[in-house]
Write a protein that binds this ligand. Structure first.
Ligand SMILES: Cc1ncc(CN)c(N)n1
Length: 222
């Protein structure tokens, strides 16, 4: 069995919980309150800005120029495709540049990005790909499941189309293949650590829906 298949099996329950999450069900049937999507969007813009940095660290840590180039292309795609889509949604939702500049991420968005940055700074390209792969692969599976649905809210229709599209499938498959190639070349303790990164990121993907659905914010004390 390929390493990626082992990892996919290990997170099956956690990914099923994401598929069934009220936030995703709300996008699918169009009943998700826009205030929750707005909270998601602000946190996700922060998340993607850190994600692009992690991809760029992958480029720097790659030992082959081919991978350096591809990881740079992926970082650029995060900026020019996903963050551009967010910008369009932000306009539709009345999110101003000032609001975005002053925005502080919720605890879960902060913790998830710290996890990826830690894997990236401390590890090699295999650690980085393992930590970022749920971000690609889970969204693609969600996009596939929701394909064909036409919720009344246009933002939700566009969101579904973006993640179920062919452009995204190719990027996901490329990172799965990269993970499997690296897994064949590293030690079993490397693979165990890579699996932990993948499982932790999958957990945070689920918690990200929960963060948006509960409008999570930092507690105030006293
Ligand atoms: C939290 C999260 N995970 C994944 C994706 C899809 N790249 C995203 N936009 N945000």
């Amino acid at each position: 069995m390929k390493f990626s298949e082992e990892l996919r099996q290990a997170v099956d329950a956690s990914w099923n919980a994401s598929f069934e999450h009220p936030f995703i069900r709300g996008i699918a049937d169009g009943t998700l309150p826009l205030a929750k999507f707005r909270h998601y969007l602000l946190n996700d813009s922060y998340y993607l800005s850190q994600f692009a940095r992690v991809q760029a660290l992958g480029a720097a840590k790659a030992t082959h120029l081919f991978d350096t180039n591809r990881m740079v292309v992926h970082a650029q795609g995060t900026y020019s495709a996903e963050l551009a889509l967010h910008e369009q949604f932000a306009k539709q939702l009345g999110i101003t540049d000032e609001e975005r500049a002053a925005f502080q991420p919720a605890p879960t968005a902060y913790a998830y990005t710290c996890h990826m940055l830690s894997a990236a700074y401390n590890g090699h390209l295999g650690d980085i790909v393992a930590a970022i792969l749920p971000c690609y692969w889970l969204y693609f599976e969600i996009g596939e499941r929701l394909q064909g649905l036409t919720p009344e809210e246009p933002i939700y229709r566009e969101w579904i189309n973006a993640y179920g599209g062919e452009w995204f499938r190719e990027l996901v498959q490329e990172q799965i293949d990269r993970l499997d190639t690296i897994a064949e070349q590293v030690t079993s303790s490397d693979r165990e650590r890579m699996q932990r990164h993948f499982v932790i990121s999958s957990h945070y993907e689920h918690e990200f829906w929960e963060m948006a659905d509960t409008l999570e914010s930092w507690p105030t004390y006293g």
